[in-house]
Design a binder for this molecule. Structure first.
Ligand code: NAD
Ligand code: ZN
Length: 260
């Protein structure tokens, strides 16, 4: 299907649906200056991944983990939501979007105003103690690491191992969050995937729970994804371009006319 026609169809579907679930990956945040993992200058091209077991057992691995996290904080800590984050928040405000399931750890959906956000891979905005479960904001600890080069210790138990509240490689996902994502997806009348290669499991299967429960499934991504074969509608393009075209279909508004 040609892109113009596909976007017109998307515009009509969004107008019809009232329980849309947005599934988002790293591609929704690249316009905010945060690279995705697979790009040539992405994180995976430069840094050795610290596995969860290594983090837990080795002080040297914890230091390298904090160095990598703080390098990323230093580069992207002041990133702000872009038009796509803001549009999804606005659709939620107007009762079109029931919620967001995100693979991202950057907190930009909440910063844009989205309220019902399920973070399947956790959040880098907070740290948590692996020993006593204390949680607190990551920012002051990242600044302290950048100044002193010392891995911070837990404010509650003093000796605990502090890690960002993200799911590391080799760490299990939170079953309760996964279950909430599945329920949200199954309640959708439409699932739109934005900027995800849909390769990272089990996250990438979340849209399929919606599809299997009868939802319409649309994908917006720069390139083909692992789940294109399952989608009713695939649009290969830049998210910002696709949204601009969508707004043209709605007469220049960022929401369909009926919810103005
Ligand atoms: P990914 O890197 O596998 O895929 C991102 C996809 O988005 C790619 O297919 C890419 O072509 C596409 N893309 C990039 N910019 C785009 C744009 N402007 N418009 C349209 N498409 C665009 O990312 P993923 O599937 O989300 O999975 C990687 C993992 O890395 C996830 O688990 C995620 O948690 C994590 N991650 C998070 C962040 C973040 O929080 N911002 C950043 C990097 C990686
Ligand atoms: Zn502690």
């Amino acid at each position: 299907m040609n892109m113009e026609f596909a976007i017109e169809e998307l515009a009509v579907l969004i107008q019809k649906c009232n329980r849309i679930v947005c599934f988002t990956g790293a591609g929704i945040s690249t316009d905010s200056g945060i690279p995705d993992f697979r790009s040539p200058d992405g994180v995976w091209a430069k840094n050795r991944q610290i596995l969860f077991d290594e983090f837990m057992s080795s002080p040297a691995a914890r230091h390298e983990y904090w160095r990598q996290k703080c390098e990323s904080f230093h580069r992207h800590g002041d990133s702000v939501p872009n038009m796509a984050h803001r549009t999804i928040a606005r659709w939620e405000e107007h009762g079109k979007v029931a919620g967001v399931i995100t693979q991202n750890i950057d907190g930009l959906h909440q910063q844009a105003g989205s309220r019902n956000v399920l973070e399947i891979h956790g959040t880098a905005i907070e740290v948590m103690c692996m020993d006593c479960n204390w949680r607190g904001p990551a920012e002051p600890l990242s600044r302290s690491f950048l100044e002193t080069g010392r891995v911070p210790s837990c404010e509650q138990c003093a000796t605990g191992r502090l890690k960002h509240a993200t799911i590391s490689f080799g760490q299990s996902l939170d079953e309760a969050v996964l279950n909430d994502c599945k329920c949200l997806a199954e309640s959708a009348d439409m699932v739109i995937a934005f900027g995800s290669s849909l390769m990272v499991e089990p996250a990438a299967s979340m849209p399929l729970f919606g599809l299997n429960a009868g939802a319409f499934f649309a994908i917006i991504n720069r390139e083909a994804t692992d789940k294109d074969a399952y989608a009713h509608l695939t649009i290969h393009g830049e998210i910002s371009d696709v949204l601009e075209e969508l707004f043209v279909c709605w007469g220049g508004r960022d929401c369909p006319a009926d919810i103005e």
